[in-house]
Design a protein. Sequence first.
Length: 233
Amino acid sequence: MQVSRELSELGWSGNHEYMCLILQITYLNQQNLSTKAICRYIKKKFEDSVSFLYQDEIVAFFDLTRLGKSQEEVAGKLVYFIRDTYLKAGYSRVMTGHMSLRRQYVQAKTALDVGSRKKPYLWIHYFGQVALTYILEQATRRLPGTMICHEGLLELKKHDEENQTQYMETLRVYLEQHLSATQAARELFIHRSTFLYRLDRIKEILQSELDDPEEIFYLELSFRLLEQEQEQE
């Protein structure tokens, strides 16, 4: 509350929209740049911003309301500077008020860390682009994907391995095609009757009619969890 009052006195209102940016400065020495020079550059470009060094990274907050700019406009003015100076950036979502500033820092940090691992060839990462990966990683912090995914999916996987069937792939495509048998058969390049036979066998193994929205969501999430575990291996 004290920080909020002080920010309000400086004109950064609790009703304004804010955004956080974190810059990874691993390669600064190659460019003979200092952190102070980068902070000055950001301040020159955006008067209603503040930048500082924190835990070996540059953290910047922008009062988008005072700037009269959107996140896209701010990011657009920095994109070439980030690229040309070999920095890597993580952007938070836009949020209203002071109470979200800490959470915005966490979002920007997550965007930078997860984005750099998933797509190291990109310079700039947004939290919205890594949110699903972040959710999956949080879900498997204590238990691996195979221990929290749908048990029926593991039975399908076992059946495929023992009988050289393709039930896992068939179910995955069926879910991706929003439970459309016609579209799924087309994607799999098989006759619709062949697909329907597979689907009946899949339902038997799963002991499910695949008509419960929550179970459908659980199965889709389970596929993601298993894919993530396979990538990590």
